[in-house]
Design a protein around this ligand. Structure first.
Ligand SMILES: Nc1ncnc2c1ncn2[C@@H]1O[C@H](COP(=O)(O)OP(=O)(O)OP(=O)(O)O)[C@@H](O)[C@H]1O
Length: 330
């Protein structure tokens, strides 16, 4: 079912959103847009503000300033909705937003089928459309054989799939996923990415936070880099790599793992921590390798390996923030 917006604008439109907790600014004026059918990956280190932003878009938190619209309609936080929540649900048909936060939100003691029914009903689905939605979603997330089991009796990966199923059962126009693959094994991760790709291909706008840069490439997602509550850069992976990525040559030397690499006197060179490898940022890799060989030869240092590092999201992040992106820090 294709999702259309009330206007020609993006499905999700976030403008100048700011949020502080006490005196700590978590978001400092964020602008972000996601079109129908587009996957946007929100990248940033721990504490960058990703979850805060996603929960504001989900209507779970109030921004201090700025606006969020989904399909042209303003998102109101839980406090502002207050007693009108039911009226909103009744008036608006199935909810436009599906949200899967970091913690699994399915009820552990209720079967997967009843969980999916419940989440479908909460979004306004009833009768045959609800039954079809539950069956279709279970199929999509390979839960069909697990519908009569309770989440407390499922494996971690199965429970995570049930959690995502609860967020998509009503076929939201906008899907918010906050680190959906955190701790998932390779197979579960691949399945979840496949589901996200399919939903996007059918017209769902997806906003996705992750610490795994490889997933961003696998999803061919548009990237928004958030750092300290601000958008540092946005664009496609190739575009960002070309604009901000580094090309470098990494050179390993005999005996350097213990003693550290030799000082070749090349400006900008850094030692890769704990490896004895020298990283040399450069524009012309062939010229850099020839230069290294000459200088190493003069010092009597024996080269044991050379690797060319192409621009990547990792190096984009390093350029923009001056820090490495720690993928396991989720
Ligand atoms: N409920 C809260 N009360 C006080 N401070 C908070 C609260 N939630 C988040 N923060 C702070 O706001 C900042 C942004 O946190 P947020 O959880 O949005 O970051 P994140 O990018 O999602 O991080 P992570 O990758 O670790 O999940 C951090 O400094 C965090 O400590």
């Amino acid at each position: 079912m294709p999702h259309t917006t009330a206007s020609d604008g993006p499905l999700l439109d976030v403008r100048s959103v700011a949020k502080a907790y006490g005196g700590n600014a978590a978001l400092r004026g964020v602008d972000l847009a996601v079109a129908a059918g587009e996957i946007t990956a929100l990248l940033g280190r721990n504490g960058a503000g990703k979850s805060t932003l996603v929960s504001i878009v989900a209507g779970l938190r109030e921004p201090d300033a700025g606006t969020v619209t989904v399909a042209g309609r303003p998102v109101r936080g839980a406090r502002a909705r207050g007693r009108n929540a039911r009226r909103d649900a009744e008036g608006g048909g199935p909810s436009a937003v599906g949200y899967a936060g970091q913690d699994t939100a399915v009820y552990p003691n209720v079967t997967v089928r009843d969980n999916l029914r419940l989440f479908g009903r909460l979004s306004g689905l009833r009768g045959a459309p609800l039954r079809d939605a539950v069956a279709g979603t279970a199929e999509r997330l390979e839960l069909a054989g697990l519908l009569d089991r309770k989440p407390r009796d499922l494996s971690g990966g199965e429970r995570r799939r049930a959690h995502i199923a609860a967020a998509v059962v009503h076929r939201p126009a906008l899907l918010l996923l906050d680190e959906p693959t955190l701790g998932a094994d390779v197979v579960t991760r691949a399945r979840l990415l496949e589901v996200v790709r399919k939903l996007a291909a059918e017209g769902t706008a997806v906003l996705y936070t992750t610490h795994y840069l490889q997933e961003v490439a696998d999803l061919d997602a548009r990237v928004v880099v958030l750092d300290d509550g601000r958008v540092l850069a946005e664009g496609g992976v190739a575009e960002l790599s070309a604009r901000h990525g580094l090309t470098a040559v990494e050179v390993a030397f005999e005996g350097a793992a213990a003693d550290g690499p030799p000082d070749l006197g090349i400006p900008g060179t850094t030692a890769v921590e704990g490896t004895g490898v020298l990283r040399i940022p450069c524009a012309d890799t062939a010229a850099a390798i020839a230069d290294v060989a000459t200088r190493a030869g003069a010092l009597g240092a024996r080269i044991t390996g050379v690797e060319v590092i192409e621009p990547s999201l990792e190096s984009v992040f390093l350029t923009l923030t001056g820090r490495r992106y720690d993928e396991e820090a989720g």
